[in-house]
Design a protein around this ligand. Structure first.
Ligand code: MG
Length: 339
């Protein structure tokens, strides 16, 4: 529970800290909060954005699924996204792609026809972390579901690849991978998956204009994501971490940059989780999405106790976050006892 909860809460904390800064430029943020960015939750509850809301939707769809298969998950994810779309709480600057795709999903058409095929917005991966944190998935389930939940709204291959790597980053960190080994592990996976199209999960999504094979479709996504990871490697090696992180690794409005800039913000100081959140929130780009993913990584590695204890009772949706964490903790215990 420590690390699942640590990551889910870390996501929500980063989201809440980045909420007021998402549409501010870097100078304005620094003038208000200092170069370390916002580091205190504001309000009771401290409100999150669509990033956490949609991550909860993904997690709750997984909780409701009798088994982790495409047939079981697709209708549950669809319904969870549609419920989110019409919720009165969906007033937190939701992404355009998600709203557009949900409108199309609502008439029951196949998701491959409802998705926004050309969009690789970070809405694909800002919500994927529950897939990474579920303790009982095999490799195909983790990769396939990470891509399916992305594809329902964002059909671009880079949204799929970046979502899978975002899930894997959480999974590996929660499983004890040293933060210093994370970037190379992700880069290796990008290489190894370059020709793997998960047809059972994605169906005919690859059939887009100008694309002649499934492998060609998915390779583009892995290549773009690998390039973004290389930027993180180079920025970390450069060793100058002051200033707007978006200048180093991208603004984060698109999926591979949200992953990259969140990794950059996290890997600068993986043992200082609140500093990680402040750094992500003090960014000129998609601050809430960058900070939420950076917080999910830090929490997956360090666990719930790494965060200020009082935040747990201040953040919005604390009951729903805890429900998912406890359910998966219980599942992990059951499978450990069986094994
Ligand atoms: Mg948001």
């Amino acid at each position: 529970m420590q690390n699942v909860a640590g990551s889910l809460y870390g996501l929500a904390y980063g989201d809440a800290l980045g909420k007021p800064t998402e549409f501010q430029d870097y100078a304005t943020i620094v003038a208000r909060y200092g170069p370390g960015g916002p580091r205190e939750l504001i309000g009771r509850p401290a409100l999150v954005t669509d990033d956490t809301q949609m991550a909860l939707a993904v997690g709750e769809a997984m909780l409701a699924a009798p088994e982790i298969t495409p047939a079981a998950l697709e209708p549950l994810l669809r319904q969870a996204f549609l419920d989110w779309a019409v919720s009165p709480d969906n007033n937190r600057a939701p992404g355009h792609t998600c709203l557009q795709a949900c409108a199309a999903l609502s008439d029951g058409r196949p998701w491959q026809q409802a998705t926004v095929a050309g969009s690789k917005g970070c809405g694909a991966n800002m919500r994927v972390t529950p897939v990474g944190l579920h303790p009982g998935l095999d490799e195909d389930q983790r990769a396939g579901l990470a891509q399916l939940q992305a594809g329902l709204t964002h059909g671009h291959p880079t949204g799929l690849a970046a979502s899978e790597l975002t899930a894997y980053a959480c999974w590996w960190l929660a499983s004890g991978l040293a933060p210093g080994d994370l970037l190379a592990a992700l880069r290796e996976r990008a290489d190894s998956q370059r020709k793997t199209y998960r047809e059972e999960w994605l169906g005919a999504l690859w059939q887009q204009p100008g694309v002649s094979t499934p492998e060609q479709f998915i390779a583009r996504g892995w290549d773009e994501t690998a390039t973004a990871l290389d930027r993180v490697r180079d920025a970390l090696a450069a060793g100058n971490y002051a200033g707007d992180p978006c200048l180093a690794t991208g603004a984060g409005w698109i999926a591979e940059e949200a992953l990259a800039t969140a990794l950059y913000c996290y890997l600068i100081s993986p043992d200082e989780p609140v500093a990680v959140l402040g750094r992500g929130a003090a960014s000129s780009g998609d601050s809430d999405s960058i900070a939420c993913l950076a917080g999910a990584f830090a929490g997956a590695s360090l666990g719930l106790d790494a965060w200020p204890a009082a935040w747990r009772f201040q953040i919005e949706y604390t009951d729903r976050l805890t429900h998912i964490a406890e359910a998966w903790d219980h599942g992990a215990e059951l499978s450990a006892n069986r094994g």
